[in-house]
Design a protein around this ligand. Sequence first.
Ligand code: DX5
Ligand code: ZN
Length: 222
Amino acid sequence: MTQRPILIAPSLLAADFSRLGQEASAVAAAGADWLHLDVMDGHFVPNISFGPAIIKAIRKHCALPFDVHLMIEPADPYLAAFADAGADHISVHVEAGPHLHRSLQTINGLGKVAGVAINPATPVDSIASVLDMIGCVIVMTVNPGFGGQSFIASQLPRIAAIRQMINQSGRDIRITIDGGITPETAPRAIEAGADVLVAGTSVYAKQNYAAAIEALRPATDA
Ligand code: DX5
Ligand code: ZN
């Protein structure tokens, strides 16, 4: 399967929250491609993380593209705040509201790359009608809400189905895989068609971030 270079997006959720600015700049220096920012509201998911004010503060410390993953319901009232905070990509969950198309319209209208995220039990067809509005799809390989969970391997054929759907559409859309990515699971996700790897624990729990990031890249991309 022909693919572009694989991008590595460390998730700040697994960083030291007392030093977020330094933690963001450290992965940039260590060779990360994007910074993944997990926003959780204690309602759509059973955990609370951080919001636009924190992202705005981190923005000054890190020039990487900010890949903002909203696990909040509703999302629409906050989209402008995340754009103002410095998000480059804003992804909303298919399951987080009845008006996915409106959310994506709003994100595009704010001049940001729109993305959709889908939970492990959500049909892949749920994104078929919005492919013309998005630049990325986040396929969850854990149930959202927490870092450090185990990779759900049953998502692999779903990644392949989404890759096929995207190829047939002829559109330039990345597939981001999110949850339980390690040097062991990453090649399986890439083989299925993913081209962005979110990695929280497998980067930030390590002493050497550069080595941890390199360990996730396919040898040909290193
Ligand atoms: C989970 C988040 C993930 C999480 C991944 O809801 O969307 O981005 O940080 O963490 P790890 O890589 O530890 O599974
Ligand atoms: Zn995420």
